[in-house]
Design a protein around this ligand. Structure first.
Ligand code: COA
Length: 159
């Protein structure tokens, strides 16, 4: 998808089991080991659904970040499992995987007007990250998921 930039970061759509396992390795390190999400909650059937798109960011061949996209209906997708390896945070890897999935959303899941709405369930600490990407809070509701406070956010991507 995006070749290596000056910082060596490149993002690809996952097309193999080996790459998917790299995504899981990052997610387990971030969500299970670091954030105490129960291991049995981390991988679900949606991970291997044919409709799901995963992206993987690498630096010099090492996997550093991942995220996944789930189509909801034409013109609406959900992005989740956004995880950047601790040592790679603050280097643009999170932005890169989100922007790669925004491209996938527009190319593959646009609605009749050519645009897409992206819904996310944001961990509260990550709200500033998503805000930098243009996401806005949907309402005032906060809720616990896997023991972590979340808020719903959304972004309208025009054609
Ligand atoms: N507070 C304020 N701004 C932040 C921020 C924070 N905590 N984290 C990132 N940003 C900003 C950066 O300054 C940057 O702004 P800019 O591009 O305008 O200069 C932008 O967001 C992108 O930052 P980036 O370096 O791409 O973020 P990242 O690679 O560190 O990834 C997370 C951010 C949240 C994905 C990463 O910290 C992470 O994986 N955390 C643990 C897992 C997690 O919480 N995932 C989210 C689940 S909802």
């Amino acid at each position: 998808m995006t070749g290596p930039g000056a910082d060596g970061l490149s993002v690809t759509v996952v097309t193999s089991r080996v790459e998917l396992e790299e995504c899981w390795r990052i997610r387990f390190a971030v969500f299970v080991d670091e954030q105490d999400v129960p291991a049995e909650m981390e991988v679900d059937d949606l991970d291997t659904a044919v409709t799901t798109t995963h992206v993987l960011a690498t630096v010099a061949g090492s996997a550093v970040a991942t995220a996944r996209l789930l189509p909801v209906e034409p013109g609406v997708v959900r992005i989740g499992r956004v995880a950047v390896a601790r040592e790679a945070r603050g280097t643009g890897a999170g932005r890169a995987v989100m922007e790669a999935l925004h491209d996938v959303a527009l190319a593959t899941h646009a609605g009749p007007d050519g645009g897409v709405r992206v819904d996310i369930e944001a961990q509260e600490h990550a709200i500033p990250f998503y805000s930098r990407l243009g996401y806005a809070l949907v309402d005032d509701r906060r809720y616990l998921d896997a023991g972590i406070w979340h808020r719903d956010m959304a972004l309208d991507l025009p054609r």
